[in-house]
Design a binder for this molecule. Structure first.
Ligand SMILES: Cc1cc2nc3c(=O)[nH]c(=O)nc-3n(C[C@H](O)[C@H](O)[C@H](O)COP(=O)(O)OP(=O)(O)OC[C@H]3O[C@@H](n4cnc5c(N)ncnc54)[C@H](O)[C@@H]3O)c2cc1C
Length: 370
């Protein structure tokens, strides 16, 4: 019997899709070439920032509705997945504090406060230097002010992936290892070819993250996605607790529930090279030092690198392709896939089962490239 759905890619987008589809009673097979969650989905920072943060606020605007849905689903996962699997995702609400160092940044930041204030469920305010330092005494005294946002959250991405994997397995999802080399229609079914065999299904979801560019031959059009490398460090920083996400120009730092100070990040256009480098580490340390000086006693515990799936036109790619309504693409989450991925999985499950969608996804259609 063919599976109802095959999902290529075991990242947060693929596994969330599998989870919601299996919950609706469909038979689902996930095929992953490496290990589940072994790329960006397992090694991201884990910030859930539907209003944007770390100085990248306007990036989130095209996907704002999906981001709102992502927040709700993460809250649901924190109850449902934890209850079913016993694995904590470390979901918690903690504020964000975006630091402002120059007059130019002040103008941009005040605009951010304006549109963020309109969003329900958040408290957003401009803090003077003194107010910001009172909130987090460890931050730089060089700042001119800061944007404070309450209502944002975070998770531990690797634990989320563990919980999702087990949640999927409990719902009967088959998770297999395999490098998919071709996808094509065969009569009423779709065939997924790996290096070691063929799997047949009624629908396929391609959720291959930055590797999505490799599907051009299967689909007959180019999916403009490229990898954008990011590096993160985790530090043991005695006596320094940063209980909100401090951000500046795309960099961030926060003490996570594991007690370590996580800090990032780089944006490197270096193809599929995902090896942590000393220069990447030094760049992250330099930005961290600018935001939170006096970390002399901190020691490096872990240093990771992974690849974001960067859509070249800046928007996620979500929906069926025009030449085959049973082939779905779900990718292009860039810096916000941990937040958006679960919502995209939910939308994929609604599309495949013919349900009415809660959000309009027209502008995310893969057919804008076809
Ligand atoms: C440093 C860094 C920090 C980040 N921080 C945040 C954050 O704070 N908040 C946030 O929301 N987002 C964050 N992100 C972004 C987020 O991690 C990504 O957008 C998201 O993980 C992408 O998920 P994905 O499932 O699309 O891709 P991936 O996690 O890359 O998963 C795709 C999977 O597909 C598999 N695959 C590919 N090709 C094939 C094939 N041919 N056959 C079988 N399997 C295949 C891959 O092996 C991979 O496991 C961060 C990213 C980075 C790099």
């Amino acid at each position: 019997m063919p599976y109802d759905v095959c999902i290529v890619g075991g990242g947060v987008v693929g596994l969330s899709s599998a989870y919601f589809l299996a919950k609706l009673g469909l038979s689902v097979n996930v095929i992953e070439k490496d290990s589940i969650g072994s790329h960006a989905s397992g090694f991201a920072y884990g910030s859930l920032s539907p209003l944007g943060e770390a100085g990248h606020a306007e990036d989130i605007l095209p996907e704002l509705e999906i981001a709102r849905m992502g927040m709700d689903i993460h809250a649901l996962f924190a109850e449902e997945l934890v209850e079913n699997t016993g694995i904590q995702t470390d979901h918690r609400f903690r504020p964000a504090l975006d630091l402002i160092f120059t007059e130019g940044e002040v103008v941009n930041a005040k605009e951010q406060v304006e549109w963020r204030t309109d969003e329900k469920g958040y408290k957003v305010e401009w803090l003077t230097r003194e107010e910001a330092l009172k909130t987090i005494p460890h931050i730089s005294k060089e700042i001119l002010g800061a944007v404070y946002t309450e209502g944002v959250a975070d998770v531990e991405p690797y634990k989320l992936m563990l919980a999702l994997t087990q949640g999927c397995e409990l719902l009967g999802v088959d998770i297999n290892h395999g490098n998919v080399v071709n996808v094509g229609r065969e009569g009423s079914d779709i065939q997924i070819k790996t290096e070691s065999g063929v799997t047949t299904c009624k629908n396929v979801v391609l959720a291959m993250g930055p590797w999505m560019g490799g599907t051009s031959d299967w689909l007959g059009f180019n999916v403009p996605i490229k990898p954008l490398k990011g590096q993160i460090i985790r530090l043991n920083a005695p006596n320094v607790e940063i209980n909100c996400s401090v951000g500046w120009k795309g960099n961030y730092a926060c003490t996570k529930p594991d007690g370590l100070l996580w800090a990032g990040t780089t944006e490197e256009d270096v193809g599929f090279n995902d090896i942590p480098t000393p220069s990447g580490r030094d760049q992250v340390i330099e930005a961290l030092d600018k935001m939170i000086p006096n970390l002399d006693e901190a020691t490096l515990v872990q240093h990771t690198a992974c690849l974001r799936p960067l859509p070249l036109d800046g928007k996620i790619i979500l929906g069926p392709i025009s030449t085959d309504q049973n082939i779905f693409l779900a990718t292009g989450t860039g810096r916000k896939g941990i937040l958006l991925g679960p919502a995209m999985g939910n939308i994929i499950s609604q599309l495949i089962t013919g349900q009415k969608l809660e959000v309009d996804i027209t502008s995310f259609s893969p057919n804008r490239f076809n």
